[in-house]
Design a binder for this molecule. Structure first.
Ligand code: SF4
Length: 250
């Protein structure tokens, strides 16, 4: 039973919360809105992470490290796919390397789970994970988010990351990623933006990604069309759903 509505995972795990805007894909950041709501509900971990500006919640830049959360995956007995840090970016510059090392320890100690980590900072991910104390874990998939052609360089940075599985999330897809190459990347997720202020996704941009996957032999996962009513828009592409996952080489 999934604990999250995110189609490509079963559960979220948030040892870190808080972030700062990085690029156009962050404009309508779900985590930023959700952190404000959680703070209003009195959840201590989210206190001071956002403030209201022009009627909208904005990150303050504060980062919260949740030591107690480190043991949560060990309490899940059945294997799960776990999205790490849906409420932050694990490779934000203010997340200490020592804390990332603790997260690696928690994942190494619970190999029954598959961990999915997404960052908009794959340069820092590559630098840290190439250093001492970080083994390649077969149960950890490492990915980057790319929202349009302006940040395609993140794919090259991701290719520098030592990983069992590399993946890209093209969500929210707000522009063409024509020319992107998926060599060395095993999985691509595609999704349109949803919620307030959702931006348009052109079907041609999806075709471009579908072709990238075919050329590189990467698995293709179509998450959603998005828009104001994402349920009504659905998730069929070319007349079917696409839920492919990467093959794991152990
Ligand atoms: S990097 Fe991710 S968590 Fe951070 S502001 Fe951007 S979308 Fe939100």
């Amino acid at each position: 039973m999934a604990d999250t509505s995110i189609e490509w995972t079963d559960a979220t795990w948030n040892p870190v919360a808080g972030c700062t805007i990085m690029s156009a894909g962050c404009t309508n950041c779900y985590a930023m809105r959700m952190a404000a709501r959680l703070e209003a509900m009195g959840v201590e971990k989210y206190a001071g992470l956002t403030r209201k500006t022009g009627g909208r919640a904005k990150w303050t830049g504060a980062i919260s490290l949740d030591q107690k959360a480190l043991t949560i995956p060990s309490t899940w007995k059945a294997p799960r796919n776990v999205f790490v840090n849906s409420m932050s970016d694990l490779f934000h510059p203010d997340v200490p390397v020592d804390f990332i090392r603790k997260i690696w320890g928690a994942m190494a100690g619970t190999r029954r789970h598959t961990y999915q980590i997404l960052t908009k900072r794959p340069d820092r991910m590559a630098e840290i994970l190439s250093g001492a104390g970080f083994a390649i874990l077969p149960n950890v998939w490492l990915g980057t988010s790319v929202e349009d052609g302006r940040v395609l360089y993140r794919l090259d940075e991701l290719r520098q990351v030592p990983a069992a599985v590399r993946f890209v999330s093209y969500e929210p897809l707000i522009g063409s990623v024509h020319g992107g190459k998926l060599d060395g990347i095993q999985w691509a997720i595609v999704g349109g933006e949803s919620g307030p202020g959702a931006r348009y996704m052109d079907p041609i941009w999806i075709d471009e990604i579908f072709d990238q996957c075919t050329r590189a032999g990467a698995a293709f996962f179509f998450k959603q069309w998005g828009g104001k009513n994402k349920k009504a828009a659905g998730r069929a592409y070319r007349g079917r759903t696409w839920d492919d996952m990467p093959e794991v080489r152990l």
